[in-house]
Design a protein around this ligand. Structure first.
Ligand code: SF4
Length: 120
């Protein structure tokens, strides 16, 4: 039962939220259009992470371009300190759903994308 519920997209339990597919298309469109996100500096310390998370919490959930900008989202892998920081290796990435479950983000992402909050 719990596993079945965990596999549900938020849109399935919250009809006000766009489906993963709709959100994914919007995110792809923003990134493909050349949206300049804050890729650097990466969040290195807890204070860095907390600052970005606090910023995200102040942005309306539907203000997608600003959320992507603040978090430094890219549609390609970013290498920092000799490590490839891909979504697929991040602790927040849900592989089967291709989704970021960072509570302040909660967005469809792709395995070969990245953001400044990457954590192993
Ligand atoms: S927190 Fe992790 S999974 Fe989420 S977008 Fe950033 S790198 Fe990708």
């Amino acid at each position: 039962m719990v596993q079945a519920l965990a596999g549900l997209a938020l849109a399935d339990v919250n009809p006000a939220r766009p489906s993963d597919g709709t959100l994914r298309a919007e995110v792809v469109r923003f990134l493909a259009s050349g949206l300049k996100t804050l890729v650097w500096p990466r969040a290195e310390t807890s204070d860095d992470v907390n600052a970005i998370v606090a910023s995200l919490a102040r942005i309306a959930p539907d203000d997608l371009s600003v959320r992507l900008t603040v978090v430094g989202m890219t549609d390609h892998v970013v290498e920092a300190h000799g490590m490839e920081q891909a979504c697929e290796t991040c602790m927040y990435y849900l592989q089967r759903r291709r989704f970021c479950e960072l509570p302040e983000l909660m967005l469809p992402v792709e395995a070969d994308w990245s953001c400044g909050l990457w954590r192993i």
